[in-house]
Design a protein around this ligand. Structure first.
Ligand code: SAH
Ligand code: SF4
Length: 362
């Protein structure tokens, strides 16, 4: 029998692929539907839970596929009930997901119940100067099932085996999602499918540090995911100072890719802008940002920087944040200032993992 580490995980397959396997095995088609119910509606963690599948079929599935489930390594809850989950994967790698309760001003509509922020890589290769995720470099891509399972495992932990909890997903955890394009897209298709996660494509936001070629590739996909750009600087000078990716894809190229995305998709882009004291928070710096936002007809999300232990960057005081917002609004740009929920539990990108890795190293 193959060991689990070389078998593909069953949650990385689409319905169509499973149907092909079942046809080869001469299993009736309705068995696929039963299996999918166990995997995605009931969020089964073991083959033995699938009691309405014949034993012989379960044995065959077990022989062919892995059914991996992340182990909860650590969990933290903030006062406002933002929950942070740190998962240990089969190879011992640590990744994190953050559950954020209903917040109409975030990415979706007022009816949102819960948003889950998910990771797509272990570490990150892009090395933005302010970010905890990139501090130890890049380790590996997450597999499709490791991306999908963050949603399922949080739902299982929070809502039990039956009820749905998460109806909004933001791909803003550890890693650069568009650098893991194929696994990301496969995972998002599974999360979106009516037989899978049943999360509307418009309720799934992909955030990127600005990989221009992959933004164009995403524009050509049939599914209507939302796109957020981590801008953080509206001139090449400021952006290059804190985001090395800007040397590879400077603003002109990034803007052209966003233009292409808009033309293809007709969907609004969000510009993410973390406010870092003394770097990008002076009111005059709001002007090039406003120009870009107007050009892209984009909404701006201002996010006060979450201090990272060991890094020199600081969050500006509230009045500075408010003045930057006011400067944008004077320029006729639609903007929100999101005073980070869960800041007190290291909710930003990669921070809990970093802390845990450091504690383990000591
Ligand atoms: N790699 C992707 C997605 C993950 S990062 C990207 O960069 O877009 C998700 C968001 O968190 C990005 O906008 C990132 O710039 C921001 N971020 C990273 N570290 C942060 C911190 N310490 N405080 C606030 N936001 C942070
Ligand atoms: Fe990577 Fe995004 Fe962090 Fe930059 S902000 S290092 S791209 S995770």
């Amino acid at each position: 029998m193959k060991t689990d580490s070389v078998k593909p995980d069953i949650r990385s397959l689409t319905q169509e692929e499973l149907q092909r396997h079942f046809a080869l095995w001469q299993e009736p088609a309705y068995r696929v539907a039963q299996l999918l119910t166990w995997l995605y509606a009931r969020r089964a963690a073991h083959w033995d839970e699938m009691t309405n599948l014949p034993k012989a079929l379960r044995a065959r599935l077990r022989e062919t596929f892995a059914l991996r489930w992340p182990e909860l390594a650590r969990r933290q809850g903030a006062r406002d009930t933002t929950q942070k989950f740190l998962w240990r994967l089969a190879d011992g790698a640590l990744i994190e997901s953050v559950l954020i309760p209903a917040s109409p001003s975030l990415y979706g509509e007022p009816s949102d119940r819960h948003t889950l922020c998910i990771s797509t890589q272990v570490g990150c290769a892009y090395g933005c100067k302010f970010c905890a995720s990139g501090l130890d470099g890049w380790k590996r891509h997450l597999l499709p099932d490791e991306i999908v399972n963050q949603v399922l495992a949080v739902e299982r932990a929070e809502a039990g085996a039956g009820a749905r909890l998460i109806n909004n997903v933001v791909v803003m955890g550890m890693g650069e999602p568009l650098a893991n394009y194929d696994n990301l897209l496969r995972a998002l298709r599974i999360l979106n499918a009516p037989w899978g996660g049943e999360i509307g494509a418009r309720k799934i936001t992909v955030s990127t540090s600005g990989l221009a070629p992959q933004i164009r590739q995403l524009a050509a996909e049939p599914l209507q995911f939302r796109l957020a750009i981590s801008l953080h600087g509206a001139t090449d000078k400021t952006r290059s100072k804190i985001m090395p990716v800007n040397h590879k894809y400077p603003l002109k190229e990034l803007t052209a890719a966003c233009d292409f995305y808009l033309r293809k998709k007709g969907r609004m882009i969000t510009l993410e802008y973390i406010l870092i004291a003394g770097i990008n928070d002076a009111p005059p710096q709001a002007l090039p940002l406003a120009r870009l936002a107007r050009h892209l007809r984009a909404k701006v999300n201002l996010i006060p920087y979450n201090d990272v232990q060991g890094l020199p960057w600081r969050r500006p005081d509230d009045p500075v944040q408010d003045a930057f917002l006011a400067a944008l609004e004077r320029e006729g740009v639609s903007a929100t200032l999101r005073r980070e929920k869960g800041g007190d539990i290291d909710a930003a990108c990669g921070q809990l993992r970093l802390k845990t890795e450091r504690e383990l190293a000591r």
